[in-house]
Design a protein around this ligand. Sequence first.
Ligand code: C5P
Ligand code: C5P
Ligand code: ZN
Length: 482
Amino acid sequence: MLDSSGDGLRRMSRDLRAAASVLRDAKNIRVVTHIDADGITAGAIADMTLERMGKDHTVDFEKKITDEVIRSVNSWDGDVVWICDLGSGYLSEFDRDGLVITDHHVPDPKWRGRQMRLDSFGGLQHLNPHSYGYDGSFEVCGAGMTYLLSKELDPSNTDLAHLAVVGAVGDFQDSNHRRLVSLNRTILTDAVATGDVEIDDDLRYFGRDTRPINQYLQYSSDPVIPGLSDNPRGCLEFLDSLGIPAKEGSHWRTWSSLSEAERERASDRISELLGPESDQAFGEMYRITRYDRQTGLGDAKEFATVLNSCGRYDDAPTGLRVCHGDVDALRVAEENRAEHRKHISAALSYVRENHLLRERRFIQWFDAGSRIRETVVGIVAGMMLTSGDCRRNLPIIAFADSDDGVKVSARAGRDLVDRGLDLSSVMKTAAGLVGGFGGGHTVAAGATIPPERKEEFLDIVEDLVSSQLERRSRHPDGLSLA
Ligand code: C5P
Ligand code: C5P
Ligand code: ZN
């Protein structure tokens, strides 16, 4: 985890100072950021930071780094391109002078030799936790790295820390410890100090502020609550047996709207139902204090979902406006969220009802064809993995058609990562071998490959997964990955 000598932190501070000075000297800046919740919050932090500095700038959103994006970054004739939540996996492709990257993806291994050359004329400011001894899958996200640079530029930018908290939660950085840790914790502390975030010890299921309480309980997964998950009648009987009214007048109540005594009673009973799994269900939740709960922005997880509902459906600019506190944008975002909910639910049913999930010895996979958006198939794969629909102890690989080939999303449980699995390197290597490209994090990664090479790709992925897991089981004291 944390570099015990403090050397990593010192190097990071030095690099943050250097990147801040490049931005201060720039007359015009083009921000390029990712379309998911982490990318949108990162873009919003960069946008507001530059706005406050009076810098001429634009913000562009990208689904992924493609050859076209690389060409456009390299050939832009302004002073500095600032790439957020993207870029590290493709470092060796950039050759422009004036490039700042605040990202957390596993860096491109080909880049090291080139780094010396780029550094020698100060062209590249690369700020990535992996360079400083931190793991970008849970210690800090793209918005977090962007925030650290924003704070370096002006210490009063701590009022943007809550956006980095939303970005981290959007990337599931709190899932492993059921709280934010390490650099994310430092950022959280800033957000708490400004009064923008309150930390609640609570049940960690999704939708505590906006889901009707019966659905909140019914849709609980990871861990599944015996008798309540997937059991609408069981949920109503549960509330009834505890003397908790499910409705107030004609309106369904929410988990957050229960009185403290009601919530405690329900939590105790849920804890009993969960038995030894109870610890997994409770932990920290983050309240974003500047928004009312019913807006769906009052809880970090729900806020992140609002942003994903925009960015993953070609409407990232609305997400950006939401981060700025634009109330009109919230109305549009609300429609986006309803569509997102429908798409996810239809996608899960489609995979289940058509029995698309296939099992191999070391992996499981499904092909959604054109029925699930390429930007959402990863969310669906992750939900399948945690919902009890498939085996927790195998990585899941999902395919969806995309304009430039087939999109691949891969997800795995943290226990497999602890046993040596690194999906980022699996995706990068396997995609490279079939003429595609890929990358990401140890627990969640993706790729784009030519459609006719899916089978071959799966064979390679399976070989790589099995050899990573076998290598570790033969050398149990080998390299520690996280
Ligand atoms: O591109 P970026 O790094 O922002 O995206 C990370 C992705 O990994 C998110 O879509 C997040 O949902 C996923 N993830 C996951 N499980 C984890 C960590 C990340 O599904 N434990
Ligand atoms: O799209 P999906 O949510 O499955 O992506 C999982 C992770 O893999 C994200 O962090 C994404 O940025 C990364 N990824 C990548 N290169 C790709 C596709 C995805 O680095 N070609
Ligand atoms: Zn991210």
